[in-house]
Design a protein around this ligand. Structure first.
Ligand code: SF4
Ligand code: SF4
Length: 467
């Protein structure tokens, strides 16, 4: 979910820093080790220390900062102060997000005023990406996972207020077994792929119906071993079965996503690049065949974690190559020579924050520094090249996913192609969950044909006609 325009600087991608402000959270998500039911001593970076990190990051040429958690908006005023400071220091891209807890109680008299205040403070601080987590196409499943009654309708009520303030939040969809309206549980990879296609159609339709104009996906996190999970600096992994997939299952799910994305792109600005899904699909296919994780060296651009992208853990305030290589602390941010950290090599996990931009930017980096690599054996697959080329064109049409800009549906319409995405509903709309049923009904009988209704209708029609 990075803005890509400034990721290329000189002859290498520009520097990104994910700052974990807190390990505290008030949600119950079973797919995440930081959920409120897990008992461990939770750290929060004190504001003066966080401010110092931002200043050090600016001095060291970082151009994108992400404030994450836990739940960052437990510290809303700190987040806005840090974002403002980052913008004042010339850092162009600042992102943060929420599990949506502040949007509960949409029927209370103070709701509008409260959300206007939140939206104004985030927009005023120059936030360029603001994500709101969504776990399922089914509202009750989402609320059950988060442990937050009423948050779904609260998000619906909050989004227009954010848009009024010129900030277009992105739905951050967690890819778990519960993402659709029935659990992803088929034993056969072919059947699972069908289930996943329906689930993705449903969740994207539900997101559009809620009022989102932008979205990204959190891939299911699993590290190579329990030992590496234990060592992770970022406690976002979980043993829960809803986020545990075998390599064969993941390959089927990524394949389904590859197929569904073209039908979504004209309607919802979707960060997720197909070129990386293609790589992850191949990696998992190879792993399934070999019964072990293997590096797909012919296709994957190594992750730039530890070279250009970094993570600061709330627990100790130190810089790590990423949230998962917790046994490789690089030190305090002011002690590190960021120009001398070697070359990227790692493909050990599927963390989209680092893997998506690494794959998308890899060819651009090659183009500038070693063009022969592009013509040689490194990218022999025309289909993969096409994915990449379309991803780049799409990112441009989406204004690099700048959340301060509204969608330009006229430009997005050019992506309504599906030569490799024969979309047909695999289950009837009646069997899908309440949200999609309501959305479909609204598309049939719109109370007023506002932009969301029209977009929703487009999603549905594309799914029905396979376009
Ligand atoms: S996924 Fe986010 S909201 Fe859910 S428990 Fe983890 S940090 Fe909290
Ligand atoms: S692939 Fe990237 S995010 Fe994952 S462990 Fe390696 S460096 Fe870290």
């Amino acid at each position: 979910m990075w803005e890509y325009r400034t990721l290329l600087r000189d002859r290498r991608p520009a520097r990104q820093l994910v700052i974990q402000l807190t390990e505290r959270c008030n949600a119950r998500c079973p797919q995440c080790g930081m959920n409120v039911t897990n008992s461990f001593e939770r750290a929060t970076v004190p504001l003066p220390q966080a401010m110092d990190i931002v200043e050090q990051a600016a001095a060291r040429g970082f151009t994108a900062l992400s404030f994450t958690g836990g739940e960052p908006l437990l510290y809303l005023s700190a987040v806005t102060a840090l974002a403002q400071r980052a913008r004042d220091l010339g850092i162009p891209h600042v992102r943060t997000g929420t599990n949506g807890f502040l949007f509960r109680g949409h029927d209370r008299p103070d709701f509008e005023h409260r959300v206007h205040t939140i939206a104004a403070s985030l927009a005023g601080a120059g936030i360029s990406t603001f994500w709101i987590s969504i776990d399922s196409a089914d509202p009750s499943t989402h609320e059950r996972i988060r442990g937050m009654d009423g948050v779904w309708e609260g998000i619906r009520a909050a989004l227009p207020i954010f848009h009024e303030h010129g900030l277009y939040p992105a739905a951050n969809v967690g890819l778990t077994r519960m993402v659709g309206t029935t659990p992803l549980a088929a034993a056969d990879p072919g059947a699972l792929r069908e289930q996943a296609r329906a689930a993705f159609r449903d969740v994207f339709a539900a997101i559009v119906e809620l009022g989102f104009t932008m979205s990204g996906l959190c891939y299911p996190m699993s590290l190579p071993s329990e030992e590496t999970e234990r060592l992770a600096a970022y406690r976002a992994t979980s043993p829960s079965s809803i986020v545990r997939f075998s390599p064969a299952e993941k390959a089927a799910i990524y394949e389904a996503l590859l197929e569904v994305i073209p039908s979504v792109r004209p309607t919802l600005r979707l960060f997720t690049p197909r070129c990386n899904l293609d790589v992850l699909r191949r990696e998992n296919l190879a792993a399934a065949r070999d019964h072990r994780r293997v590096r797909a060296t012919l296709t994957a651009y190594p992750c730039r974690g530890g070279v250009d992208f970094f993570f600061i853990a709330a627990a100790d305030g130190l810089v790590y190559p990423c949230g998962y290589r917790g046994d490789e602390p690089l030190g305090a941010i002011d002690q590190i020579d960021f120009d001398d950290l070697g070359e990227p090599f790692c493909t050990a996990c599927e963390w989209e924050c680092f893997r998506d931009p690494s794959e998308l930017l890899g060819p651009l980096f090659d183009l500038r520094s070693r063009p022969s690599a592009l013509l040689g054996a490194h990218r022999p697959d025309p289909r993969h090249l096409r994915y990449w080329f379309e991803d780049v064109r799409y990112a441009l049409a989406c204004d690099m996913f700048d959340a301060r800009k509204p969608p330009d549906y006229r430009r997005l319409a050019g992506f309504a192609r599906a030569a490799d995405a024969p979309l047909r509903p695999s289950i009837s709309v009646e069997t899908r969950g309440a949200a999609v049923g309501r959305a479909v009904a609204a598309a049939h009988h719109p109370p007023s044909a506002g932009p969301t209704d029209l977009r929703m209708r487009e999603v549905r029609e594309r799914c029905a006609t396979g376009r």
